[in-house]
Design a protein around this ligand. Structure first.
Ligand code: FNR
Length: 347
């Protein structure tokens, strides 16, 4: 039984076979302290590819060791990391699934005693007294840019279809775009144009380094409850070369005015709203458990792709079952200790 879910979509000219996207889901404790997997990701993502997922976004990989969000997180900061992603690419492609890698620098949320921040931060944003928060110099900014570009080049060498740049969830690029965190008074702070400069420069540089035939996604963190700044950033990202926005929350959302008849969370609504500002495909996320919820969003032309996270951990065959009209195994949204996984490992 074909549903609206099974309709293909083009992203940067590449056909994605259906409308279900697996968003990045870091599986903590599945990597060693040097960014290498300790649990086989080929199997983890392979099962979701066999299950029919159209586009898989591999969990956040750190572009530098100092920018990790956890000590047990995958890395993409050196060439030796490439093979672990090449295996995933090969398996997903065998199943007809496109696959890209999320790349991240955690900025003030990085692990370690000394962490980089856009500008001095207020005490209520600090994680503890022992951490030193180091405002970034222009040299630090150049280094971070290089790290993102090199991460993307390695993803390409691994045979992946592209990258998703992490610009949400209070990590470094989201810290730069947010007026609540970024208090710089140079080219990278102050006006909207200046706060948005770093992610836009990274997108343009990756486009040049990795070529036209490479998907650039952006995990878009909505900051501004009125959407004014966010819509502008979305349009600038499109101009700079982003092919798909995967919309989630950013920093400081308050009083988001969600229409009363909108049957999903405010996070889902952000995707629907940002989509109105751009011409590239947009995915929305949050709390989609059963196929009819995804179908509602697609049938009503509210969104281009639906990101199904924890529900895909609960049931790797979610997409195939959705397309056949079968029931899926229900996700219980047990974050942060998601108990669904493969081989008895939790993430
Ligand atoms: C996440 N999420 C997430 N987001 C992201 O951009 N990069 C990441 O690496 C992760 N890691 C992660 C791990 C785990 C265990 C969870 C539960 C979530 C957020 C994720 O992509 C998604 O936005 C949320 O899970 C909401 O979607 P669902 O699960 O309600 O469909």
């Amino acid at each position: 039984m074909a549903t609206v879910i099974s309709k293909p979509i083009l992203i940067n000219g590449k056909e994605i076979k259906n409308r279900i996207l697996m968003p990045p889901l870091v599986c903590f404790n599945w990597a060693d302290d040097d960014g290498f997997q300790t649990v086989d990701r080929q199997r983890h993502y392979g099962l979701r590819a066999e299950g029919g997922t159209g586009l898989i976004i591999i969990e956040a990989a750190a572009v530098s060791k100092e920018g990790r969000l956890a000590t047990s997180q995958l890395g993409i900061w050196k060439d030796e990391h490439i093979p672990q992603f090449a295996k995933i690419a090969q398996k997903c492609h065998q199943e007809g699934t496109k696959v890209i890698l999320q790349i991240v620098h955690a900025g003030m949320k990085s692990v370690g005693d000394k962490v980089l921040v856009p500008s001095p931060i207020e005490e209520n944003n600090t994680k503890d007294n022992s951490t030193q928060y180091i405002p970034m110099t222009l040299e630090d900014i150049e280094k971070v840019k290089e790290d993102f570009i090199n991460g993307a080049i390695r993803a390409k060498k691994a045979g992946l279809d592209g990258v998703e740049i992490h610009g949400a969830h209070s990590y470094l690029l989201n810290q730069f775009t947010s007026p609540l965190i970024n208090k710089r008074d140079d080219l990278y702070g102050g006006s909207m144009e200046n706060r948005f400069r770093l992610p836009l420069e990274i997108v343009s540089a990756i486009r040049i380094a990795c070529g036209q035939d490479f998907i650039i996604g952006y995990r878009f963190g909505v900051n501004d409850p009125t959407f004014v700044e966010d819509k502008y950033l979305a349009q600038e990202l499109e101009k700079a070369g982003v092919d798909i926005l995967n919309v989630s929350n950013g920093i400081g959302i308050k009083n988001l005015d969600v229409p009363k008849d909108f049957p999903f969370s405010f996070i889902t609504y952000m995707g629907v709203e940002i989509r109105k500002a751009v011409n590239i495909p947009v995915a929305c996320v949050f709390g989609i458990r059963v196929p009819k919820e995804a179908e509602y969003l697609l049938e009503n032309d509210l969104i281009d792709m639906v990101a199904v996270g924890r529900a895909l951990l609960a049931d790797p065959n979610w997409t195939n079952k959705a397309i056949k009209g079968e029931d899926v195994n229900l996700c219980y949204h047990c974050k942060p200790r998601c108990k669904y996984s493969v081989d008895g490992h939790t993430c």
